[in-house]
Write a new protein. Structure first.
Length: 134
């Protein structure tokens, strides 16, 4: 899995970052080798600067997470739109900021749900969602 797209690849617009980043929930699906998509999974999302991030709440063995790592590509549904994406590793330096965003957005749901996607144990399970082309 790469951490960036080739130079000149598509970028998120400011409006897309805002709409997706402010969404309470998004849906993600990975691409299968035959070109079809896996089932969509509902996720919480964090926007930090120009990055969009998700974490595996159930650990590294969650099916959606394993499929995303294996495929490296997929689809994002959010704010009434669908996008082709690439799943990339996240820079470890952004983890504390992601935690802060997730707490600010989701603490209203209680410490249990937010605790599954924040803190040092979840940092290695962070994926950055990059714009991609079909």
């Amino acid at each position: 899995m790469t951490s960036t797209l080739p130079p000149g690849g598509p970028q998120w617009t400011s409006a897309q970052l805002t709409q997706i980043g402010e969404a309470t929930e998004i849906q993600l699906a990975s691409s299968r080798p035959d070109g079809t998509s896996s089932p969509f999974t509902t996720m919480w999302i964090a926007r930090v600067d120009d990055g969009l991030y998700v974490r595996s709440a159930g650990g590294p063995d969650r099916p959606w997470y394993r499929r995303a790592l294996a495929a490296g590509r997929g689809h994002l549904r959010a704010a009434g739109a669908e996008y082709e994406i690439a799943f990339a590793g996240a820079d470890p330096d952004v983890n504390d900021a992601i935690d802060a965003v997730l707490h600010a957005k989701y603490d209203r749901y209680g410490p249990g749900p937010v605790g599954h996607i924040t803190g040092p144990a979840t940092h290695p399970l962070t994926l950055r969602l990059l714009r991609s082309t079909p």
